[in-house]
Design a protein around this ligand. Structure first.
Ligand code: PLP
Length: 402
């Protein structure tokens, strides 16, 4: 992972959001995209907030002393133990998904004698036209309370009755790999209109509005380039204009970019093991990793750019073959990418690079087939350092009892 690139993305969001929404604005790094100690340290140094979705992410951020008052705790099902853990570590905000959770947070806060700041997660009813598995803002989503059905209003008025909760505002997230600024404009408009409605009907004025993440990144050369600064500026102009029109003070705006902070900063290097050609059918290049370090093709058929990495200049001039780059799991679906072009003489010990793997790769990795996870290396100004160690066989059997 390229540390300078990660820092650059953070600074781009910080500057763009402050220019667009004023000093109270804050980008929250959606740490589900890549979660390990050093990433939280970088976020702390860059002055970012974080979005966390589990006690595991909270515990990792806490381990490097991340100021957890700048953490927003998501998830659609926080257990009582999760809630207590997060409160005891001083997590600033809970993003509440549903009424049961609201009751549980109220109960734990009242037992502790504290008041917990919360945002309510709402679904604005927008289909961002990306993959179904990463689309979350539609009315029938598993996440949040729908504005269209009246459930958002119900949960808002209910939250306002609970004495140990402070309703700071609202949250929405419509999906991922969104390239069209219009999707963010439409969801911001629906949320602001809902805020104005809550003010008019119930006298409640939200202080914060979290517009979620989802900015698209380039996996393939033909993917569009999303200009973060321009998009944030466009959303800013539209939010400011609508606030004026609705007579709303500008809320403190949050955005939750995950993928667009780390994806393009990451690359995964594999060593080729076997090359299998089935004449008239298919070619396979097997590498020393696979769905255990990158399950995204298996899950969503995600596209990636795959290159031969140890002889790049020559590689393009050589005769190419179409192949599937596959992993070493005992599973036919263990595919990193199909229809890849690699030189016909690709062979054992060659290196294959899969680009744009900084987000939702290591974070989604597993030990399926008892494969140990690879290390994560951070590169900064030409120097490399280990930030997550390669797993050992001892790690694999650590929790097994004799
Ligand atoms: N916020 C929420 C609530 C999410 O569910 C997600 C992704 O799933 C994100 C932010 C980050 O999205 P992305 O990585 O596409 O920016």
């Amino acid at each position: 992972m390229d540390e300078d690139r990660i820092r650059l993305q953070c600074r781009t969001y910080l500057r763009a959001m402050r220019e667009a929404f004023g000093e109270a604005a804050l980008p929250l790094y959606a740490s589900k995209a890549a979660s390990f100690k050093q990433i939280y340290r970088i976020m702390q140094e860059e002055g970012m907030g974080i979005d966390v979705v589990s006690v595991g992410e909270i515990c990792t951020a806490h381990a490097v002393g991340f100021p957890l008052e700048r953490a927003y705790f998501h998830s659609n099902n926080k257990t009582d133990a999760d809630i207590l853990y997060a409160m005891e570590r001083g997590v600033g905000y809970f993003v509440v998904d549903n009424r049961e959770e609201l009751d549980a947070i109220e109960r734990v806060a009242s037992e502790k004698g504290s008041v917990q700041k919360i945002l309510l997660r709402l679904t604005p009813g927008i289909d961002p036209h990306t993959y179904e598995a990463v689309s979350t803002g539609n009315v029938d989503s598993k996440f949040g309370s729908a504005i269209e059905t009246g459930q958002a209003e119900e949960i808002t008025t209910y939250a306002l009755t609970l004495p140990h909760l402070h309703l700071a505002g609202f949250h929405c997230h419509v999906g991922s790999q969104v390239f069209d600024a219009d999707v963010f404009l439409r969801s911001a408009e629906i949320m602001l209109r809902f805020m104005a409605e809550m003010r008019d009907k119930h006298g409640y004025l939200a202080e914060e509005l979290d517009l979620g993440g989802g900015f698209g990144v380039r996996y393939l050369a033909e993917d569009p380039v999303m200009n973060i600064a321009d998009t944030v500026k466009t959303v800013g102009e539209s939010v400011q204009a609508l606030c004026r029109q609705l007579g709303l003070p500008l809320p403190a705006i949050r955005m939750e970019p995950g993928r667009s902070i780390v994806a393009e900063a990451g690359m995964t290097l594999y060593t080729v093991g076997t090359v299998k050609q089935i004449p008239g059918y298919k070619n396979y290049v097997s590498v020393d990793g696979g769905m255990t370090d990158n399950p995204r093709f298996a899950l969503y058929r995600s596209p990636y750019t795959v290159l031969l990495a140890n002889r790049t200049e020559k590689a393009e001039a050589e005769e190419q073959m179409r192949c599937s780059v596959v992993g070493r799991c005992c599973e036919s679906g263990d595919i990193l990418q199909e229809n890849v072009s690699l030189p016909c003489d690709v062979t054992r010990d060659d290196l294959v690079a899969v680009l744009t793997t900084g987000a939702y790769n290591y974070a989604m990795s597993s030990n399926y087939n008892r494969l140990p996870r690879p290390p994560v290396i951070m590169v900064k100004k030409g120097n490399a350092r280990l930030v997550v160690k390669r797993e050992t066989f001892e790690d694999l059997v650590r929790n097994d009892l004799d």
